[in-house]
Design a binder for this molecule. Structure first.
Ligand SMILES: Cc1ncc(COP(=O)(O)O)c(C=O)c1O
Length: 388
């Protein structure tokens, strides 16, 4: 699964190097002499841009903040409608509410991502943004979503927080829309503990993001930081050098992570008897992140029984169903009870997503699993499937 499994000497040595060569300067800007010219967050951004084949990367403090920054860059205003999906992490919708925009939430399809047919139904003159989320490593149906967005002239913000390293039709997830966001929190493909990236090919979005995340600083190279120029106000969403140092070591491991994810998922999937289950539809079999194996049973009762026996046998699930309350909009009374657009209707919404999720199971794919362990897990799963 994620980079936390691989944290080791490379991350440790990169951290020590901040002390050994940069006198412990953790701040990402300024202190030029003391830091001996090393700017680790900037190096991390540059390396990520090169890897993702994208013009610009802005490092930030989390994937949640990445979405806020991206929406400001895109000029989203209070009252604008932003379309996203019912199966996602709470942050996707929290950030829309934080801006004062109106989340318009549609059902997912058998990819467990935004259903393009549902998307097209809810577009109105107030729609200012579409946010497809590549859930659990499977890129959304981007060809269809981009075509709908282009037809209506609406920008696309790809939430690739759960899909760093996945690709779709030859492009990295997160680099297909106008702006992409990633999370580097501790459960993600690569991790800096907390952290995030916003990426774009658009120079003016990038200029805005760079300044907005640093109180409006233009980082004018001709001036010391205290005399720096600014044309707008901003916030402090800066990643620090410790995160940059760890992130660079993690990024070096991305290819290995992808290779192991895909190998381990292929082994586990091929050894599960699929008579009573349907695997999630993957939009690009060569490109999925493969950090999760998802399948659906015939009905909710069977899925509950399967999961009960799976837990009894000592195996866990990933988000579905164990953390479903954080990932399905139909459980978010804490959020919607006070939102006029949802006050009376949210409890009845997204029945298609609820039906799919209630009979589905998501299993984490771990990098360190051996073939024997995967075979044992498949045997347990097959025995349970036989017994229900
Ligand atoms: C789909 C999705 N969007 C956004 C986020 C927020 O990322 P972070 O935890 O870095 O704030 C997450 C994190 O779990 C996520 O899964």
């Amino acid at each position: 699964m994620p980079g936390f499994e691989l944290i080791g000497n490379e991350e440790k040595n990169n951290l020590l190097d901040i002390f050994e060569t940069s006198n412990g300067v953790f701040f990402p800007h300024g202190f030029d002499k003391l830091r001996n010219g090393r700017f680790r967050v900037r190096e991390f951004e540059k390396k990520f841009s090169e890897k993702m084949q994208i013009r610009h990367t802005q490092a930030v403090t989390s994937g949640t903040v990445a979405q806020v920054v991206a929406m400001h860059a895109l000029g989203i205003q209070p009252g604008d409608e932003v379309i996203t999906q019912a199966f996602t992490f709470v942050a996707t919708v929290e950030t829309i509410l934080q801006i004062g925009a109106v989340p318009v939430i549609v059902d997912v399809d058998e990819t467990f991502n935004m259903d393009p047919k549902e998307l097209e139904k809810v577009i109105t003159p107030k729609t200012k943004l579409i946010v497809p989320v590549h859930m659990l490593g499977n890129p959304a149906s981007m060809k269809e979503i981009m075509a709908i967005a282009a037809k209506h002239g609406i920008p696309v913000l790809e939430d690739s927080c759960e899909a760093l390293g996945a690709s779709y039709q030859g492009k990295w997830a997160g680099t297909i829309g106008d702006i992409g966001i990633y999370s580097l929190d501790f459960g993600k493909t690569i991790t800096t503990g907390e952290g995030g990236f916003v990426v774009t090919n658009n120079d003016s979005y990038y200029k805005f993001m760079r300044e907005y995340t640093d109180h409006g600083h233009e980082n004018n190279p001709a001036l010391p930081r205290g005399k720096d120029t600014r044309t707008m106000y901003g916030m402090n969403y800066r990643m620090n050098e410790m995160q940059g140092a760890v992130g660079m070591a993690q990024l070096e491991k991305l290819d290995f992570i992808l290779q192991k994810n895909r190998e381990n998922k292929r082994i586990l999937k091929s050894r599960i008897n699929a008579d009573k289950i349907v695997f999630r539809r993957i939009t690009d079999e060569n490109g999925e992140l493969a950090d999760t194996l998802i399948f659906s049973l015939e009905n909710e009762a069977l899925a509950k029984e399967f999961v009960r026996k799976l837990y009894e046998a000592g195996y866990g699930t990933k988000n579905v169903p164990d953390a479903i309350d954080w990932h399905f909009a139909g459980t978010w009374n804490h959020m919607f009870d006070n939102v006029p657009a949802y006050k009376d209707s949210w409890k009845h919404a997204w029945s298609g997503t609820a039906e799919l999720l209630n009979r589905s199971v998501a299993l984490p794919i771990m990098i360190h699993s051996s073939e024997e362990e995967l075979q044992k897990q498949a045997d347990v799963i097959n025995q349970i499937l036989d017994s229900i």
